[in-house]
Design a protein around this ligand. Structure first.
Ligand code: AG3
Length: 280
């Protein structure tokens, strides 16, 4: 007998992985969480049945969501991560000795607990003393944060359904803008435009950001386990252009060994295919 996991990527497209073992299933007050061990992608975490991270391709997402803004402003010291309960974003941030503090606001403690238990290579920096982990609603947290507090905000969210919905709202982005420093950068996971199911979310997030920030761009990465594999991130800033202000030499001087990100790829990631350009 074979066991397969399937995520519906559209009404007529399924994505399936052959499963070795179903390791964990839990229900929090917010969502259902499962951990599966798969043949090709190693361990995989799903929330409400949708892939969040796999051991094999998480490096793409976490490299792109962290190193891209860090190479534009290598002086970033104070960071806010919204979501990101698996710990991958914090792990990459902690590689910079220059980062003084990270507040991570994850609504669901179960995500962190499962990550610590089943994904030690991803969650390994969650207990770092430079990280304050808060189990709170990110929407409420940004509403109550003081002005100009953070140099960088990373929105490491789920899709805009269930607990992630408010993290795609105008009110949330407006508060993010207010609590960012004058040279602050916001980066979000911006869904995909390939299938209609995620396209609307991708376009809405971008148009809302454009109404609030003077500089807004999307950039791309290949993440095989997300719908279509063609995934977008949003880059919004009050001051920095992601290409003109790229500090390649400074970033390369950090000497970080990265499996996906590099400063040549940084420039390429903002060069969008023609069909994508038409959307933005
Ligand atoms: N955040 C989830 C990205 C969206 C995936 N969507 C889907 N599979 N339908 C990933 C969190 C990684 N730290």
């Amino acid at each position: 007998m074979e066991l397969w996991y399937t995520e519906k990527h559209s009404d007529s497209v399924n994505f399936s992985l052959k499963v070795k073992e179903h390791l964990f299933s839990g229900q929090s007050e917010f969502q259902k969480l499962d951990v599966l061990d798969t043949y090709e992608y190693g361990k995989l975490m799903t929330l409400d049945g949708l892939v969040m991270v796999t051991e094999k391709d998480e490096f793409v997402y976490h490299d792109m969501i962290v190193h891209t803004p860090m190479a534009v402003n290598p002086n970033i010291k104070n960071v806010l991560v919204i979501g990101g309960g698996d710990g991958g974003t914090v792990r990459e941030l902690m590689r910079y000795e220059t980062i003084e503090h990270v507040d991570m606001v994850e609504i669901d403690k179960l995500v962190c607990d499962a990550a610590k238990e089943y994904f030690p290579t991803i969650s390994c920096e969650l207990e770092n003393p430079r990280v304050t982990l808060l189990y709170e609603d990110g929407v409420k947290f940004v509403k109550e944060s003081p002005d100009n507090k953070y140099d960088l905000i990373i929105i490491d969210s789920t899709d805009p359904i269930g607990p992630g919905e408010g993290l795609f709202s105008t009110e949330f982005y407006t508060n993010c803008h207010r609590i960012l420093a004058e040279d602050g950068i916001l980066v979000n996971q911006n869904e995909s435009v390939f299938y209609e199911d995620t396209q609307e979310a991708a376009l809405k997030a971008n148009s809302k950001l454009k109404k609030i920030f003077p500089i807004v761009h999307v950039y791309q990465a290949n993440i095989p386990t997300y719908p279509s594999g063609y995934w977008l991130f949003g880059f919004a800033s009050k001051k920095y252009d992601p290409i003109k202000d790229l500090q390649a030499d400074k970033w390369n001087n950090f000497g970080l060994k990265t499996k996906y990100y590099n400063t040549d790829l940084h420039i390429g990631a903002f060069a969008l295919p023609s069909f994508v350009k038409e959307f933005f």
